[in-house]
Design a protein around this ligand. Structure first.
Ligand code: 17E
Ligand code: FE2
Length: 411
């Protein structure tokens, strides 16, 4: 297959891209087609590596309103409502909802997903379902599963045992929720425990860390210290870290040094945290996000997740990574021209680093032919005008194709 005359990642010069046997085999200014080669004429269109959702909860997806709507809009009511819904889970229910969401995500150009799955359920219904789904979708989606102890490791009956069992059952990543543990000591002990498991079983780590508007919530410094001292470094990710939006500047300055030393990855979920954050404030009201701009300026890897798609925490969501990017650059005031232009990085290359798929990822000769072609010339236009995803190509195969609709104006 030959893709003609695309702008690769906002480059100002058009190039041709050849795909053979599922790999990129040539990227040059002009390539002549072979006889009978399939040619995609994409003159002046944007070519990007595929979208990655760094953080979503596929076990809860598409359950909004069941058994009740989250009217307060707090994280805590979300956890309470989910805890009720969890009692009625069946494997088929989880599989159907997760598959529907993954197909929706694929239709918007996502090819890699990291999903948390609640393991504070002694039946492991959602875990068993998602382990099967991971296998069933592998031809169009790389799905990583995080064992996520939603109700705590030390604060939930047999929490430690359940987490280790989930790891043995085959998750890819180990999670935690230190700010939700009963007390600070439990928070610290939970982090030591889960990082110990990651060393023992050779797994990645992704912790829901300090997702609360409380400047005293300081588990991130503990997790980063563990990342540094164990040498696990960028195998560890801190998700949410919204308390950082409430930390004072002196403390944050000191923390930044440790974050850099530790090489930890960070994930922000702008849609969900702008919605859940600041709920206990009247006015002034906090935005409830981590310091995306500061972290990025300090060279720390930050990627974005959608977090929720119609569930007890967030009633919206369509599986489209342009939504968190759009919200993120608004809420964090990252609207300089080059910031907008480069904002695709939060859901592509930076996310590939977080998921540890960077070696199989990117528009380079010799790599798997995974890419997206948009009906726009650059990412600024794409994000602003939401042009069609013309093609999503996965391992050299077209898995999504859109014919632009024609709108007629009778003015
Ligand atoms: N659970 C949690 O602790 N925090 C979240 N943002 C979601 C689930 C979606
Ligand atoms: Fe989350």
């Amino acid at each position: 297959m030959l893709i003609k005359q695309v702008y690769i990642e906002n480059n100002s010069v058009k190039q041709d891209v050849r795909i053979e046997n599922g790999q990129f085999t040539a990227i040059e200014a002009q390539i002549e087609p072979y006889e009978n080669e399939e040619v995609i004429d994409a003159d002046g269109k944007l070519l990007l590596p595929p979208f990655i959702d760094s953080h979503v909860h596929l076990d809860a997806t598409l359950t909004a309103g069941d058994p009740e709507w989250n009217e307060s809009g707090t994280l805590f009511d979300g956890i309470r409502i989910w805890s009720e819904r969890k009692k009625t889970l069946t494997k088929q229910d989880v599989k159907e909802r997760a598959l529907a969401t993954l197909k929706k995500q694929a239709s918007h150009g996502i090819q890699f997903v990291r999903s948390h799955v609640d393991t504070t359920d002694p039946n492991f219904t959602a875990l068993e379902a998602l382990l099967e789904v991971r296998d069933e979708v592998k031809d169009f989606m790389t799905l990583q599963l995080v064992a996520f102890p939603q109700e705590g490791i030390l604060s939930f009956p047999r929490g430690k045992e359940l987490l280790e069992q989930a790891v043995k059952d085959g998750v890819d990543v180990i999670g935690g929720i230190p700010h939700f543990e009963f007390n600070r000591d439990y928070g610290v002990e939970s982090l030591r425990y889960l990082v110990g498991l990651a060393e023992k079983y050779d797994k990645l780590v992704d912790v829901h860390c300090d997702e609360i508007d409380d400047p005293q919530s300081r588990n991130l410094e503990v997790l980063a210290t563990l990342a540094y001292e164990t040498g696990l470094g960028d195998r560890i990710t801190a998700s949410h870290t919204t308390a950082m939006g409430s930390y004072n500047d002196a403390y944050t300055y000191k923390l930044m040094r440790l974050l850099k030393l530790s090489d930890i990855n960070m994930v922000s979920n702008p849609l969900v945290n702008i919605h859940l954050g600041g709920r206990f404030d009247t006015y002034p009201k906090r935005r409830g996000l981590t310091r995306i701009q500061d972290l990025t300026a300090n060279g720390i890897n930050v990627s974005f997740g959608e977090d929720d798609i119609k569930d007890p925490w967030y009633p919206m969501g369509d599986g489209n990574m342009l939504d968190p990017v759009h919200m993120g650059i608004h809420a964090e005031q990252m609207m300089g021209y080059s910031q907008i232009m480069n904002s695709y990085e939060f859901v592509t290359n930076k996310a590939a680093k977080t998921l540890h798929v960077a070696d199989q990822y990117g528009i380079e000769v010799g790599k798997a032919a995974n890419c997206l072609i948009f009906n726009a010339a650059n990412f600024y236009d794409e994000l602003n005008e939401r042009k069609e995803l013309l093609y999503s190509i996965h391992n050299g195969k077209i898995i999504v194709e859109t014919k632009p609709a024609v709108t007629k104006l009778n003015l």
